[in-house]
Design a binder for this molecule. Structure first.
Ligand code: RP5
Length: 164
């Protein structure tokens, strides 16, 4: 199975990134996690991205806050799908990261999830791998069924507590 790379601009992004790691673990998808910054360690980020496809990766998640150009910088150096997570941090509350990640110029795509949307970033990458992996596709279906049951159970409990 292809691996998923998770890059973050700083270890201060870890509390967000851990939610992506948890999902990949749950689906038993192999992954690597790195701290690579587009502005503090640009060469390392570039070398990793350039070699990611031949090193067995199928998609890359990039999480960064503030003027977060990490996902775009990675996407510039690979044709693997790149999923950006704008991280909420700094004085602008993550709006800067959202705009820096989502507003990619035409030709270098970054699929941007919600601010701090790490679980969805992992799920989106798993969905990409599941295009050619029936076992993963079945696990995704099973998760949808389990999630539905959990919501229906919440409905039952709320109705029981509040309905007059
Ligand atoms: C970004 O700047 C990182 O992704 C992080 O979200 C933010 C702050 O980094 P630190 O100052 O905590 O290292 O590059």
């Amino acid at each position: 199975m292809k691996k998923i790379a998770i890059m973050m601009g700083s270890d201060s992004d870890l509390p967000v990134v851990e939610k992506a790691i948890a999902v990949l673990k749950q689906f038993e998808v192999p992954y690597e996690v790195h701290v690579y910054s587009a502005h503090r360690t640009p060469e390392e980020a570039k070398v990793f991205s350039e070699n990611a496809r031949k090193n067995g990766f199928g998609a890359i998640i990039a999480a960064a806050g503030m003027a977060a150009h990490l996902a775009g910088a990675i996407a510039a150096n690979t044709t693997l799908p790149v999923v950006g997570i704008p991280v909420v941090s700094g004085g602008l509350g993550g709006l800067d990261a959202l705009l820096s990640t989502v507003q990619m110029p035409s030709g270098i795509p970054v699929a941007t999830v919600a601010m701090n949307g790490a679980a969805n970033a992992a799920l989106l990458c798993i969905e990409m791998l599941a295009i050619t992996d029936e076992t993963l596709a079945a696990k995704l279906d099973a998760k949808r069924v389990a999630d539905k049951s959990a919501v229906l159970e919440k409905d039952r409990r709320v109705a029981e507590q509040f309905n007059a």
